[in-house]
Write a protein that binds this ligand. Sequence first.
Ligand code: F6R
Length: 242
Amino acid sequence: MNIISAKDYQDISLKASEFVIQTIKELDKPVLGLATGSTPEGLYKCLIDRNNEKQVSFQEVTTFNLDEYVGLTANHPNSYRYYMNEKLFQHIDISIENTHIPNGSAKDLEKECVAYEELIQQHNCIDLQILGIGHNGHIGFNEPGTSFTTRTHLVELAETTRKANARFFNSWEEVPSQAITTGIGTIMDSKQILLLVSGEDKAEALNRLLDGEISEEFPASVLKEHPNVTVIADEAALSKVQ
Ligand code: F6R
């Protein structure tokens, strides 16, 4: 793994945007894997700025998001489709039909998982997958114990993950308990992976990733088996790394 040390969150976002823009410029029809959550918000802001300044175009870009809650429609403010539209897609020159997010309100969720996985394969997999990391090492919504061979699948969210996400909902009952996520196998098929880690509260997880063993009990550890992973982490996140 290639580790890039950043000063702070702003610096992570800037460095990550340069990385993403370089990939977009290098490839003919780039396929990006996108994440939601707090970590990539700064990156998306930088990408919007660069797009507005005409330094990068998304007209040839296709995107696949990692995951979506089950039970929230696209116009629910806490759905990941809503997040992506608000925080990135509607501010850049991407064609919305080239942006893909699992449909968490599909009637047949199993069928939706299979179709989503097939669509990624049809695009010859993801060129650059952007990831955040959960405190328990989850990537996408692949919680500890998930097989490293999984494809897009339906998951029960861990209590800790629901708690971490509860800040976005009005009440505990409203926090979804299921999600669709691309699998660890899907993520590992990506040609390149960019993991962003910010803040002291992620320091433990980053230390475990870098120093710990590869185990399904800590999903992100699988990234050590991938040939092309870059981690951009700030000083606070790197503070526990020996
Ligand atoms: C989001 C996702 C999650 C987050 C992780 C970190 O699409 O798949 O794995 O990347 O939970 O979330 P934040 O960035 O909010 O700390």
